[in-house]
Write a protein that binds this ligand. Structure first.
Ligand SMILES: Nc1ncnc2c1ncn2[C@@H]1O[C@H](COP(=O)(O)OP(=O)(O)OP(=O)(O)O)[C@@H](O)[C@H]1O
Ligand SMILES: Cc1ncc(C[n+]2csc(CCO)c2C)c(N)n1
Length: 259
């Protein structure tokens, strides 16, 4: 079975040259309080940044707060999203006009009330960015967790809807991504920025067999399902964690407060 590597190097100020996998990043900002490390994510995703509808208000309002020693208007100009997309029921007019003047591509999809704004943004990256090399692309989603539960579940559903793309959901406290059952997974932990708490959750379907290494409570051909055992409040024990499962699993790890 093919190996899939994972490492949260996007939480480091600069990505080590020898880090595996070698990925490029795109950023989607949602309508939630910006994680404190959003400027860092933006730097790594220099080639493509999107705001999902009201996410643009967050960038406009909160990015200057995250960079308090700089002139707010200069910060807003520097952190200009390439695209704002959604059903546009949350973005304020002044914010839309501001970014329109800076050349942001604003895409109103108010006719579609069956998919979320995050869905619209991920589909845009998949379908309308021909010059972007998708083979090594990882989409970072800021503000995806914590907040309204229906939104959170909708955001997690995006991991399943686009399971052949690398997508990482982020909040101030933790990150989540999918571990597809098609691969054996090697997760390279960055102890300076993540851990020690972690979890492995069989959200879509139960797992009859999951085996892990590198955790305090490893699984050994163990069954996991809602209504039975799921692996929450686990603890990282090694800098390399391996996971093999007969089901797609969600991996979650906490983000250290110093990041
Ligand atoms: N409280 C929240 N928790 C998690 N994600 C959120 C939350 N609020 C918004 N989001 C995410 O940000 C995206 C854009 O948010 P926005 O409020 O603009 O969307 P919306 O479609 O107007 O939401 P609503 O369902 O409230 O009408 C949503 O699609 C969702 O992915
Ligand atoms: C069965 C079903 N449930 C909820 C919605 C509502 N909805 C889902 S995504 C979305 C857009 C939010 O920006 C809206 C309004 C629907 N259409 N179908």
């Amino acid at each position: 079975m093919e190996l899939m590597y994972h490492s949260s190097t996007f939480l480091l100020p600069s990505i080590p040259a020898d880090s595996k996998p070698s990925l490029s990043y795109a950023l989607i900002v949602l309508n939630q309080r910006l994680p404190r490390f959003t400027p860092l994510l933006w730097k790594h995703a220099a080639q493509l940044s999107l705001c999902a509808d009201g996410g643009a208000n967050r960038v406009f309002d909160e990015m200057p707060d995250l960079l308090p020693n700089e002139d707010p208007q200069e910060v807003r100009i520097r952190y200009k999203p390439d695209v704002i997309k959604g059903d546009m029921d949350s973005i304020r007019t002044e914010v839309q006009d501001f970014y329109l003047n800076l050349g942001t591509n604003i895409l109103d999809e108010s006719h579609d009330q069956d998919t979320t704004d995050l869905h619209k943004c991920v589909a845009y990256i998949r379908d309308f960015t021909p010059n972007l090399d998708k083979s090594n692309l990882c989409i970072l989603v800021a503000g995806a967790l914590g907040g309204r539960f229906d939104h959170e579940v909708g955001n997690i559903n995006i991991l399943y809807l686009f399971s052949n793309m690398r997508i990482v959901l982020l909040s101030d406290d933790c990150l989540i991504h999918l571990l597809p059952k098609t691969h054996l997974h090697e997760i390279h932990i960055l102890p300076s920025v993540e851990g020690p708490e972690c979890g492995l959750v069989p959200i879509g379907t139960p797992s009859a067999n999951t085996t892990t290494t590198g955790l305090q409570w490893n699984l050994a051909d163990t069954e996991m399902r809602f209504g039975g055992l799921i692996s929450t409040s686990n603890i990282l024990r090694e800098e390399k964690v391996t996971v093999r499962s007969d089901s797609d699993l969600l991996w979650t790890v906490s983000i250290r407060k110093l990041t």
